[in-house]
Design a protein around this ligand. Structure first.
Ligand SMILES: [Zn+2]
Length: 195
């Protein structure tokens, strides 16, 4: 590739593009919207479009644009408009809360009860995790296929992460219910009984 560091007239940052930035742009073009590309590179949308034009890159997204989640520093398919978090971060937080409640319920158990519970629980943990998505190898063609594959993979990894967290969340929920049944603590009643 004939890459020159010439500063385009439209480059309002007046900063030449580094090779690393151009490589990033070439890989992410078509996956991230021009706005998000600019955000990722710390450049304006106009600067991104100018560089893309110069490098012959297509920055149009095929309906699969991603948004940046500040909380997990990852590109995601969407964010919650109220919290600004992606669904992975939201689920992770819910899981943390559930696991905290489990730890509390476990601590509230009598030692003998806890021993029996931990033994049966270890036997129960056989739930299979969904298979991790596989990135398909696509030969580099100018029709944008590798980028579409990249976007598909990103979205699939997000879905996989969500499903794994959801499994753990559901498992924690079930654990909590079983422990509460054992200790006789009823979460619907205001006070918690400690035996
Ligand atoms: Zn996130």
């Amino acid at each position: 590739m004939n890459v020159t560091a010439a500063v385009g007239e439209q480059d309002d940052a007046l900063r030449p593009w580094t090779e690393a930035e151009e490589t990033y742009l070439a890989n992410a073009a078509g996956i991230l919207s021009p706005e998000n590309l600019g955000r990722a590179l710390g450049r304006t949308e106009a600067s991104v479009e100018e560089a893309a034009g110069r490098l012959g890159l297509d920055v149009r997204c095929d309906g699969s644009s991603f948004v940046w989640c500040d909380h997990c520093a990852t590109w995601r398919t969407r964010l919650n408009s109220r919290t600004g978090w992606c669904r992975i971060c939201t689920m992770r937080e819910q899981l943390r809360g559930r696991e905290r409640a489990c730890a509390e319920a476990l601590a509230a158990m009598a030692p003998s009860e806890r021993a029996v519970y931990e033994k049966t629980e270890a036997e129960r943990q056989s739930k299979r995790l969904p298979p991790h998505p596989v990135k398909r190898l696509v030969s580099a063609t100018p029709d944008g296929k590798p980028r579409i594959e990249e976007a598909r993979y990103l979205a699939e990894v997000e879905e996989w992460e969500y499903r794994v967290l959801k499994l753990r969340y559901d498992a924690a929920k079930t654990r909590l219910r079983r422990m509460r049944e054992k200790t006789g603590a009823n979460p619907r009643k205001a006070g918690r009984r400690n035996g």
